[in-house]
Design a protein around this ligand. Structure first.
Ligand code: NAD
Length: 345
């Protein structure tokens, strides 16, 4: 205990690589899955690590298994019930499977993987990384509901990359990157574009007094669209993978600590607001709409979401951001829910 499983653990093998005969090169570090699996293998809280993907997992698992940390690693492919074997006994399942910026394809992949979780590991904590998180998390919820195993306390959309970016960018502005690990900025709402709402007024390290409203616009926009910065720098060959793997491992570590009984674990995450009925209702009042899912600071205990925190005191500027996020989010949630009824995204 505990067993962590990564679904989509191989990282991408691009067609170009296949042409060059690299398709079986399992040591090539690419995508989110491989570095995420590496970080989880390096985490002494993990005692078993199951890896599943449609390619390469036996190689990735063999490679990781030589690392001198406690986790026993096994890699599975789809034949011979691989998904079922990977998920058996899982306490925590992280899903980075998919294709970057291909929402329709990801919706189907996530639906199928969620079906596997519903039938094999219905009590596991589920951490969804595959985009669009605003819609893929509702998809997972709908699949779990269909199988009558939905526990809203254990389903999390991973928005940690936005939080990590906010901490880093604020530390950069303060001119002291050594502050990056300790700067805490709640990022609420959802996980794409304008649905990402950084509450910079609540930053644990306040922004400089000289920070003008144009600077605030620029910083907010950089946090909301940080992914584009990476896509452009990678010249279209990929999106954020290493920073996402770091962020995913950060959030998974919080869950592992909560499972181990550590108290006071709080982090923003995109959750079903029934996970804490009273907290969820209070939050709906704050945002002025009856949304099913929203990301806010969430307290996590051994059974999952223990409390959904309110947004608290926010500025007029931040209120406007929330107002812009809500309708977009409502549409994204509806798309996810409808995908299970009529598969289109
Ligand atoms: N939440 C976030 O902040 C965030 C950030 C960046 C990327 N993403 C998303 O994460 C996902 C993965 O991105 P990436 O860059 O690692 O992509 P990638 O293509 O490098 O890796 C995806 C992996 O998923 C695997 N896969 C595909 N179909 C599968 C299936 N049915 N079962 C199991 N594995 C399957 C692929 O073989 C590949 O190894 C994308 O949806 C991307 O948009 C999320």
């Amino acid at each position: 205990m505990p067993k962590a499983v990564v679904l989509g653990a191989a990282g991408r093998v691009q067609p170009r690589d296949r042409d060059r005969g690299f398709a079986t090169d399992s040591t090539r570090l690419g995508g989110i899955g491989q570095p995420l699996a590496l970080l989880l293998k390096a985490n002494p809280l993990v005692t078993e690590l199951g890896l599943f993907d449609i390619v390469n997992t036996p190689g990735v698992a063999a490679d990781l298994s030589h690392i001198s940390t406690p986790a026993k690693v096994e890699g599975y492919l789809p034949p011979d019930d691989g998904l079922k074997k990977a998920l058996t006994g899982a306490d925590l399942v992280v899903i980075p499977a998919g294709v970057p910026r291909k929402p329709g394809i990801n919706a189907g992949i996530v639906r199928d993987l969620a079906t596997g979780i519903a039938t094999t590991a219905p009590k596991a904590f589920i951490l969804v990384i595959s985009n669009p998180v605003n819609s893929t998390v509702p998809i997972v919820a709908e699949v779990l509901k269909k199988h009558s195993v939905f526990d809203p306390k254990k389903l999390f959309g991973v928005t940690t990359l936005d939080v990590v970016r906010a901490s880093t960018f604020v530390a950069e502005i303060l001119g002291d990157l050594s502050k990056a690990p300790s700067v805490v900025v709640p990022v609420v709402g959802g996980h794409s574009g304008v649905t990402i709402v950084p509450l910079l007024s609540q930053s644990s390290s306040p922004l400089p007094a000289s920070f003008a409203s144009a600077d605030l616009d620029k910083l907010t926009n950089r946090i909301q669209f940080g992914g584009d910065e990476v896509v452009q720098a990678k010249a279209g060959t990929g999106s954020a993978t290493l920073s996402m793997a770091y962020a995913g491992a950060e959030f998974a570590t919080k869950i592992l600590k909560a499972i181990a009984g550590e108290k006071g674990i709080v982090a923003p995450s995109y959750v079903h607001l029934s996970a804490d009925a009273a907290g969820g209702e209070a939050l709906k009042k704050e945002i002025g709409q009856d949304l099913e899912f929203f990301s806010s600071n969430v307290e996590i205990g051994p059974e999952g979401v223990a409390k959904i925190h309110p947004l608290g005191k926010i500025t007029e500027y931040e209120q406007k951001l929330v107002k812009a996020a809500v309708p977009e989010l409502a549409g994204n949630i509806e798309k996810g829910v409808n995908f299970i009824k009529a598969p289109k995204l």
